[in-house]
Ligand binder design. Sequence first.
Ligand code: SME
Length: 157
Amino acid sequence: MAEDLIIATGSKAEQYQSLIPQIQALIEGELDLIANLANIAAALKEQFGWFWAGFYIVKENELVVGPFQGPVACTRIRKGRGVCGASWEKAQTIIVPDVEKFPGHIACSSLSRSEIVVPVIRNNEVVGVLDADSEAYNRFDTTDQHYLEKIVELIQW
Ligand code: SME
């Protein structure tokens, strides 16, 4: 497909509904994981303008930062640590409306105010997480959860 993303306006759901087929087209037929994660992170950042969007990949029992868009981030996160490590441990999406109220939140940047982390599960194992951060409080909700969980399902991991 052409590499230009069409940026949708409208409700959050409408924005995801426009973005998801474009993500599908971007990663279709491409088996390189890093390439696909990089394009998904870029597409999410471009559509939503979040502060940070990207992936951590489980490697040797740690989360290691993968392709992302945004400021530099913590390289490694242990299981159970921070929002990412908690999502990995619980194998569940975690929505954090105010990061200062999340015990153990790892502040890669003091500018981040809210966050969502979605685990990528393959064969009953968490293989990585999708993390999005915003400079606004309460930016993420169950609509984001619904569509981001669909997006991670599209990835051939
Ligand atoms: N805040 C995350 C760490 C990753 S950065 O936000 C990119 C956490 O608590 O797990």
